[in-house]
Design a protein around this ligand. Structure first.
Ligand SMILES: [Mg+2]
Length: 191
């Protein structure tokens, strides 16, 4: 059985980071307005530390996470054909000690929403390159660059700066939704 690693944030679900940033700034940013990887980049530098203090004390962004259409059903389908791992990074370099709470939130979210995944196949790390899988699904270009025979990049504003050619050089295919992922991995549609 081939192994698949599937990223969590912005691949299976979108945690409510932007809602929290908006609440904190009393603003109304939309995802389309932000083309950087971390939405909190819109917070002025001098307010970032204060935001992180607030964030790590008061917020569980997984409580109101939005699940991408068809993600859960397609992942469940994939488990019939593949050995599926959910692999998610949780270490915030800015707040090493505080980061532990994110591992708890992520683990609980995965258990609740993906109950068909063996808990032993939930990998919370920040070294995704140590996990060697045949197939990778992620929204972060850097996580797809290395090992893997099929590497699918879920399209987002923050990764549109990578050209078709650049992706091709690394054997990465841009995909737009979970139905397309199903077509590629379950129905063998051209990669
Ligand atoms: Mg991600």
């Amino acid at each position: 059985m081939k192994k698949i690693m599937i990223d969590l944030d912005e691949t299976i679900c979108s945690p409510a980071y932007l809602e929290e940033v908006n609440k904190y700034l009393n603003a109304n940013y939309r995802y389309e307005d932000i083309d950087t990887y971390f939405v909190e980049d819109v917070i002025p530098l001098e307010k970032r530390e204060e935001f992180l203090d607030y964030f790590y004390q008061n917020v569980n962004v997984y409580q109101n996470a939005t699940i991408f259409p068809h993600a859960i059903e397609v992942i469940q389908e994939l488990t019939s054909k593949y050995d599926v791992y959910i692999v998610s990074a949780f270490v915030d370099k800015r707040r090493i000690f505080n980061s532990s709470i994110m591992a708890k939130y992520k683990y609980e979210w995965i258990l609740k929403h993906l109950p068909f995944i063996d808990p032993k196949k939930i990998i919370l790390t920040s070294s995704k390159d140590m996990v060697l899988c045949d197939i990778k699904i992620d929204d972060k270009f850097g996580n797809l660059k290395g090992y893997g025979e099929t590497k699918l990049l879920l399209d987002h504003m923050h990764n549109r700066k990578y050209s078709f050619q650049e992706l091709e050089e690394h054997g990465i295919k841009r995909v737009y939704d979970w139905l397309q992922i199903r077509a590629i991995l379950m129905e063998g549609e051209e990669k």
